[in-house]
Design a protein around this ligand. Structure first.
Ligand SMILES: [Zn+2]
Ligand SMILES: [Zn+2]
Length: 368
């Protein structure tokens, strides 16, 4: 004869007979134990949490047994019911709100193991990074030769270059005890380009052992002379800000040092300045052709200045997505007009720095 505990009987609105909690056909006493688990969980929630999320793990067999009972009267599912009771029980015990998206952490009720445990929420840290070295990539750059295992070609490090992502990510993983870190950013600079302006990013930290630490600790860990990377404007944000940052495209200003075939003549300055305000047609550069689709983009040169003639150096403010090296070289006719074309002799960018990223609206949205 199928018998149920008082909770399961009530939930299923069934005429089946009642029995002691531990003998319940459906939950084997889990329903009654829930309140005790809530006591346990509430005691573990650290001070400083403003809200919590809940994850309920109900064994598959329990749900299967419940379906059998539905032949005798249809009620709410055990998982749904447990969820509601857990949220109510925790809210009552802690005075905290329930917030699935912005919670400081998740309370996991594991009814297979009969225990409740806490998991810190994944963390999202907004900031801006500068890059002072011309030998580091933005994102982790796995060695293609060995696929990250380590070989002679990569000095047995598994990566081709140091990267901003790994430098910030490793520091953050160590501080927070996180399993995984990923850098989301708006665009990127080339490995050999410097970024003196500060590019917006959101660092995603998965499964951290610790919650929201003071962000100064992260800045101190990253901003060392050796790292060649500096992070500023740090603040905790929510998941939603990842898309805001990585989908945004900003106009940028650069300083580019050039090499001009046959030398830079004084009248060359005027020829270059004639390109100010021009609309470029940029066919996908030869050097990135293998990973970008081959098409022609229209991008405007918004500002142009001659910074020096020996060596020739220019300031370029350009629309988001402009390829500056190709604006200078012309990329064998793939970019027009170009500095090379205007001068009538080959010009090449030998040093490129991002000096400004026009990201003003982000500050308005994020409120810094
Ligand atoms: Zn039961
Ligand atoms: Zn390798």
């Amino acid at each position: 004869m199928v018998k149920l505990c008082s909770y399961c009987k009530e939930r299923n609105r069934t005429p089946l007979p009642e029995c002691p909690d531990s003998e319940c056909f459906v939950c084997r006493g889990a329903s009654a134990k829930l309140e005790k688990m809530a006591d346990e969980a509430a005691g573990k929630i650290p001070q400083g949490w403003k809200s919590f999320a809940v994850s309920t793990n109900v064994p598959r067999e329990m749900m299967a047994r419940e379906e059998a009972v539905w032949d005798y009267g249809l009620g709410r599912s055990v998982k749904d019911d447990f969820n509601r009771r857990i949220v109510a029980a925790l809210a009552e015990r802690t005075g905290l709100g329930y917030d699935f998206v912005k919670a400081d952490g998740k309370v996991v009720f594991d009814f297979a193991k009969g225990e409740a445990r806490l998991e810190n929420a994944d963390l999202f840290v907004y900031g801006k990074y500068k890059k002072f070295r011309s030998d580091i990539a933005q994102s982790e750059w796995t060695c293609k030769n060995c696929n990250g295992k380590g070989c002679e070609e990569c000095d047995f490090e598994g990566v081709k270059y140091d990267s901003v992502e790994v430098i910030i990510g490793n520091a953050a993983k160590a501080l927070y005890g996180a399993k995984d870190a990923e850098l989301h950013s708006s665009g990127r600079e080339d490995v050999d380009a410097l970024n003196l302006a500060g590019r917006p990013f959101v660092l995603e930290l998965r499964k951290p052992d610790r919650g929201k630490l003071q962000l100064k600790a992260l800045a101190d860990a990253v901003n060392t002379r050796e790292s060649g990377v500096e992070i500023t404007d740090l603040q905790y944000v929510s998941n939603g800000e990842v898309a805001l940052v990585s989908d945004s495209h900003f106009d940028k200003a650069y300083e580019a040092e050039m090499e001009v075939e046959g030398g830079f003549a004084h009248e060359d300055a005027g020829k270059i300045m004639a390109l100010a305000g021009s609309m470029l047609s940029q066919r996908t550069p030869h050097r990135v052709k293998h990973r970008r689709s081959d098409l022609v983009r229209k991008r405007r040169i918004l500002g142009l200045r001659i910074l020096g003639e020996k060596p020739p150096k220019i300031y370029v403010l350009a629309e988001a997505g402009t390829y500056i090296k190709e604006f200078i070289s012309g990329d064998a006719g793939r970019t027009e007009p170009s500095v090379s074309g205007a001068l009538g002799k080959k010009a090449k960018c030998i040093k490129l720095s991002v000096v400004e990223i026009r990201d003003g609206f982000l500050g308005d949205v994020l409120g810094y």
